[in-house]
Ligand binder design. Sequence first.
Ligand code: HEC
Ligand code: HEC
Ligand code: HEC
Ligand code: HEC
Ligand code: HEC
Ligand code: HEC
Ligand code: HEC
Ligand code: HEC
Ligand code: HEC
Ligand code: HEC
Ligand code: HEC
Ligand code: HEC
Length: 364
Amino acid sequence: MACYECHDKFTGKRLLHSPVEAGECTACHNPHGSPFKFMLKASGGDLCYECHDSDLTTAEYVHGPAAVGGCTACHDPHSSDYDMNLRLAGPGLCYSCHTDKAAKFLSANVIHKPVKEDCIKCHNPHSSPVKFMLKQEYPLLCLGCHEKKKEQVYGSKVMHSAVFEGKSCLNCHDPHASSLSMILSMPSMQLCLSCHDRERETEDGTLLVNIKALLQNNTEHHGPVKQEDCSGCHDPHGSDNFRILREPYPAAFYIPFNRESYNLCFSCHEESIVMSTLTTTLTGFRNGDMNLHFKHVNQVEKGRTCRACHETHASSFPKHIRESVPFGVWDLPLNYKKSDTGGSCMPGCHKLKIYDRNERFINP
Ligand code: HEC
Ligand code: HEC
Ligand code: HEC
Ligand code: HEC
Ligand code: HEC
Ligand code: HEC
Ligand code: HEC
Ligand code: HEC
Ligand code: HEC
Ligand code: HEC
Ligand code: HEC
Ligand code: HEC
């Protein structure tokens, strides 16, 4: 071949671009001269479009270098060690220009696995109808790989709007990398409170309390809330349980007692506190040896649920006792007072009753 008389063959790399392999140098170069650099027959993408589809860059969001015909910034026109005649493989290709991203992603504690593998798992290198040249809109982009999450997000009995409104998965996760585990974009509780800083309305019209205000106004925070672990109890992606809880917890004020309905509380607390009529050790809520947890909760018909007396997130009273509890349209007051050996309450349910652990108090 004429050109090789003076020019080196493109050897030493794994792959040759087809026309080079076929020795068709003049498919791209005009040996006599040309208005374009390197005596090319056309400039930029036009050269490539002689043989390749020109619709690579016609979608709405076009990658900067592809838009201006900088094809050879990524592709070697002659030969390459990498598939698709690329100058580099995987994220390294992208990092060669996006040096800021390289610095940010590679120094993060947690890097999303596909970002380590290849940016083009999510981005089209040329153009796409989706902003940032994404291959799909999220959440579908994410759910294409996270199939189990797909079932959970769309198939749960109780769905969470956080997954659908605004930036969907990206309300909470960074797609690339983060200093936090699970590539969260903020510490978990801050994420929740960024939306639950006002009342929110569920699908059936229930107004949910402003959790941020509740935590600010009530200083006795429940253990896992102190540890800022909202997702210890709630699954932010959706759940078959009431209030997207990870384990069952009754939705009503009264239910016939059944251990499984309280799996949530008893995943951390001893179930024994509600299992026996008499005790002098299992619970502090007893009058002498009469177990008042048993008496209130463990009833065949009208067992009171924990919410009758306890706040789940925060309270101003010891032992997370509530000030009042919604009972139909009424806010039923508890009037709880704790003492060293017991306590008393005068709720809307009955007149003043006192309990004392040391000696059973005889309530009139
Ligand atoms: C008789 C020797 C000879 C032959 C045959 C030859 N070239 Fe060249 N070519 C040169 C020389 C000398 C240069 C200048 C080298 C330099 O500037 O480093 C050059 C430069 C080039 C350049 C770079 C132009 C630029 O602007 O920097 C291209 C592209 C090129 N040749 C392509 C070809 C192709 C394609 C063929 C076959 C059709 C071919 N050459 C055949 C000697 C030759
Ligand atoms: C598919 C189009 C295409 C074919 C086919 C092709 N070239 Fe090129 N060539 C280019 C482009 C584009 C450049 C500009 C360099 C760049 O952008 O990286 C170039 C640059 C060059 C250069 C100068 C710069 C360098 O990389 O050394 C030489 C020499 C060259 N080609 C020789 C050849 C020879 C010899 C053949 C045939 C064996 C050939 N080319 C086939 C597209 C082609
Ligand atoms: C003369 C025609 C011709 C020109 C001009 C040309 N190519 Fe190609 N290119 C081919 C052929 C033929 C193949 C092999 C196609 C195949 O295997 O499906 C190929 C393969 C490729 C591939 C690998 C695709 C694959 O599916 O393996 C890439 C990437 C590519 N070309 C990029 C470019 C770029 C970038 C330019 C412009 C700098 C360019 N080509 C110019 C003919 C050309
Ligand atoms: C930012 C880097 C980059 C730029 C710029 C770029 N490409 Fe690509 N191109 C890629 C990567 C990465 C792939 C492999 C895509 C894949 O495997 O899904 C590819 C694949 C291709 C392919 C083969 C597969 C396909 O999608 O059809 C062709 C042809 C191609 N590019 C042509 C071009 C042309 C023509 C240009 C200039 C208009 C260009 N590329 C600009 C990175 C780039
Ligand atoms: C040749 C340099 C170069 C390479 C290589 C490159 N990019 Fe880019 N990229 C740019 C430029 C220039 C822009 C436009 C400027 C900007 O928005 O920062 C851009 C923009 C982007 C954007 C859109 C940014 C926005 O704000 O709209 C994304 C996403 C992107 N690149 C991803 C990639 C991916 C993925 C790769 C690897 C397949 C890659 N880039 C490789 C130069 C490059
Ligand atoms: C798991 C999918 C995924 C992978 C893999 C991925 N990205 Fe992204 N990328 C996204 C999403 C989603 C966005 C849009 C972010 C938004 O809307 O705020 C984005 C946005 C971007 C942007 C533009 C916005 C910005 O943050 O500046 C750039 C640049 C970018 N990605 C580069 C890269 C590079 C480089 C790689 C590989 C090292 C990569 N991406 C890998 C999903 C991904
Ligand atoms: C190309 C496939 C792919 C896409 C697209 C994808 N992921 Fe991933 N993701 C993975 C893989 C693989 C892992 C690692 C899983 C493992 O190690 O078990 C992962 C891990 C995660 C993790 C951390 C789980 C852990 O165990 O550390 C989160 C959170 C996550 N992805 C969220 C997302 C979000 C949000 C999106 C959309 C922006 C997304 N993913 C898109 C493949 C993908
Ligand atoms: C409201 C915030 C929020 C939203 C929205 C969200 N996540 Fe998560 N995600 C989390 C938290 C918090 C964790 C860590 C949970 C834990 O500690 O177990 C997590 C964990 C994950 C995990 C790894 C552990 C697991 O549960 O499998 C994956 C994968 C994941 N999310 C994917 C997604 C995808 C895909 C979307 C969008 C469909 C999404 N997430 C939307 C907050 C969210
Ligand atoms: C992007 C905003 C947003 C974020 C972030 C968010 N939520 Fe929500 N959440 C809502 C909205 C809106 C509702 C009411 C609509 C609904 O029920 O989905 C809601 C409802 C809920 C419900 C009641 C669900 C029901 O229907 O019974 C719980 C419990 C909840 N969120 C907990 C959390 C927790 C825990 C986090 C943090 C991991 C969190 N949320 C993060 C917006 C958000
Ligand atoms: C110990 C487990 C647990 C933890 C930790 C927890 N929750 Fe809850 N959450 C519950 C239970 C149980 C309910 C249902 C309470 C009820 O209806 O009596 C609930 C209800 C909710 C509701 C609905 C409130 C309403 O008005 O019905 C929201 C919103 C909520 N939680 C958000 C959060 C946020 C945000 C955090 C972190 C600050 C958090 N939760 C931490 C167990 C927990
Ligand atoms: C994820 C674990 C977890 C879950 C689930 C959980 N708790 Fe707790 N709870 C704790 C921790 C930790 C403490 C703090 C214990 C301490 O300070 O000694 C605590 C403390 C309490 C206290 C105060 C105890 C004391 O001695 O001060 C009450 C009452 C309570 N929880 C009730 C409940 C109820 C009712 C439920 C179910 C709605 C529940 N908890 C679910 C972890 C949990
Ligand atoms: C009728 C009101 C009432 C109901 C219903 C109730 N509790 Fe209590 N609980 C109390 C009182 C009062 C205390 C404080 C006892 C003391 O220390 O004086 C207490 C204390 C606790 C404690 C601290 C340890 C202990 O036993 O002293 C835990 C844990 C607890 N309750 C969990 C629960 C769970 C879980 C439920 C639902 C299954 C529940 N409670 C239902 C009133 C109630």
